[in-house]
Design a protein around this ligand. Structure first.
Ligand code: MBD
Ligand code: FE
Length: 277
């Protein structure tokens, strides 16, 4: 597979996806814009003074910001380095399950597989088969029938369908609907550790700073039920070397699965508790 074409396409597709789904209808009041932008600029100004930032450094920043746009990597940059704090603040009042960031690669309206089924995948999709059972309940303890469990994850090469060329449209993306007990059963394959695209502006930053580009293997999920707050999470696997140094700072101990060997693959039980609105 062509890595370079893939990374460039991922950024551009994530930018288009965001414009389609989320960029309209959020008018922020003038008082908030004034307050927040002023404080962010104050922080930038103090960093410049404190570290005596040079014109070379200022121009390097300017060139890099232009490159973020050229490469379509604003969704990637913001979701990797900023979103985790937005998520923390947005969910700190909750009593139910912990969530984490959405990231840039969610697509709504994936194929509905009912309460039990297999995530769409190619005939020879590589990766250890994973059977995931669970229930969706309310913080009151009541099972939530008809809840939606949307899952999406990268393939064994670290590529997401609709953001990398050559994959079937809905590969490794599906929606499940809980039964009258609030239960679901999902069959998929275990994803591999994931490296964010390294050829674009974000990769340039990572190189320039001497960081790494890795996220631990993860399965994204969104859980929603009427009258409850939507939960966005990612589930991780024990022992992944990047659980402790995720480039996107999105791992929480509560989100690490405990899979057990089962047949030719693994099985795991993991459910969700939603907060009433
Ligand atoms: C991903 O797959 C992801 O989940 C995040 C948060 C950022 C980049 C790629
Ligand atoms: Fe991801």
């Amino acid at each position: 597979m062509n890595q370079t074409a893939t990374a460039a396409a991922s950024g551009a597709s994530a930018t288009e996806r965001f414009k389609t789904d989320k960029s309209v209808g959020s008018l922020v009041p003038k008082e908030r814009v004034d307050l927040l932008v002023r404080e962010v600029l104050d922080a930038v100004h103090s960093t410049i003074r404190k570290h005596k930032v040079s014109y070379d450094e200022y121009n390097a920043l300017k060139a890099w910001l232009i490159k973020v746009s050229d490469d379509g990597e604003w969704p990637l940059f913001l979701d990797v380095w900023v979103e985790h704090v937005v998520e923390e603040v947005a969910t700190e009042h909750r009593d139910g399950s912990k969530g984490t960031i959405e990231g840039p690669y969610y697509v709504p309206d994936a194929p509905d597989q009912g309460s039990r089924g297999t995530v769409p995948m190619r005939d020879n999709e590589s990766g250890t088969p994973l059977t995931w059972t669970g229930r969706v309940t309310s913080t009151t303890g009541a099972p939530l029938a008809g809840a939606k469990v949307e899952v999406w994850h990268a393939d064994d090469d670290g590529f997401y369908s609709q953001f990398a060329p050559g994959l079937p449209e809905w590969n490794l993306r599906a929606v499940f609907t809980t039964d009258d007990q609030g239960a679901f059963e999902i069959h998929t394959v275990r994803p591999a550790p994931y490296q964010i695209p390294t050829e674009g502006a974000c990769g340039r930053l990572i190189d320039a700073a001497g960081w790494h580009a890795w996220r631990p293997a993860h399965i994204h999920v969104k859980v929603s039920a009427p009258g409850h707050e939507q939960l966005t999470a990612q589930l991780y696997f024990p022992g992944d070397e990047h659980n402790d140094d995720d480039i996107a700072s999105a791992v929480k101990p509560e989100l690490i699965l405990g899979p057990k060997p089962a047949g030719t693959g693994e099985s795991v039980d993991y459910g969700f508790v939603l907060d009433p609105v």
